[in-house]
Design a protein around this ligand. Sequence first.
Ligand SMILES: [Zn+2]
Length: 392
Amino acid sequence: MRTLSTFILLIILVLAYLPAPKAQEINLRKQSKMRECGTTATAEDFEIAMARIKQMRKNRELNLEAQALDPPTDAPYYIPLSIHIVRNSQRNGGLALSALYRAMEDLNRIWQPVGVQFFIYGEIDYINDTAHYYLPGGDSDAEKAARDALRQVNPVGHTINVYITNIAGLNGESTRSTRRIQGVLMNIKVMGAVDDPATKDDNEYNPSTFAHEIGHYFDLFHTHETDRGVECPNGSNCAEAGDLICDTPADPDLNDKADQACVYDKSAMTPAGCSGTYNPPTRNIMSYSGRPCRDQFTPDQIKVILYCLRNQRPNLITKGARYVDPLASPSNEDCTYNSPCQLIRKAVEVAQDGDFIFIKPAYNHVSKSSPLSGKTVTLMRWGTSGEVNITN
Ligand SMILES: [Zn+2]
């Protein structure tokens, strides 16, 4: 006899992005000796960034940018992450799930003002291969190829693939939207793994490198970027040099130049041909300031992120997340972010197994009902206020 198809309804009322106050208490004593980030930008990336800024300016003139100017922090986009935890071939040494969840909380806390939140899509993928468990962190072609080889293991389309492993001397490395091979690599130590005697990396959990690498994934440059020329401290060339973003003050590279209180030590000289003295953004996520210091994006960085999401990476919006808003038009059929459905039933209908359904709080009661039968979905609250209660 066929059994009735099961329905599984998982309710998570406390979303992962609730503030994690403990994050600020992390010990500041030990500044990492490791290279913070291996993410690089090519000439093409700068051309694209310049074109994007031009287009954004045009949109602003045409008043098409209202959404980006007013980040939907109470109705965020939800972006799926595919998490790949690398272990050695004996299946040992991978990141603990408790550490992963702490990293997710910090990521979402930092990204909350952007109007973007992240969720873990699908099962955690465990990659048991010692060759991928100890990656080189250098800039040679062979070393880069070794890192790209991992990025090609079990990638899941339309999601951000995050690989957590050991990377010698490197905290993390992302891929800008132009790269053929995509994926964020995170050092297992930065993500909170306990010490592994097999690796010499002297590092520990920090709450901001993950958020920093995801920033690169949405095409942000470092605030101290110099490939396009050094940004002058008075900001006179801010649109053509540095990170091409004018509301991030000129940054001389804060590695070892910011103290435990996140104060800049004023050690950098004014570059030749420039005037003004540096007043760098010691709390900016895309800087190399102290890792626990970094928790801010500027409004213009947020504009770049949202523009990149909507234009270069729109596929991230379409996978895994359905949206329900009681105030939406009843004729909405697809339950997307831009066209949410009015009824949960509709969202369940169009959802695929494993999808997350985000519900606006005006629904204070959701009852498990027959249309859920056969679907495995996760119902979550959409936004930062109100509650959605579930009744049988
Ligand atoms: Zn970086």
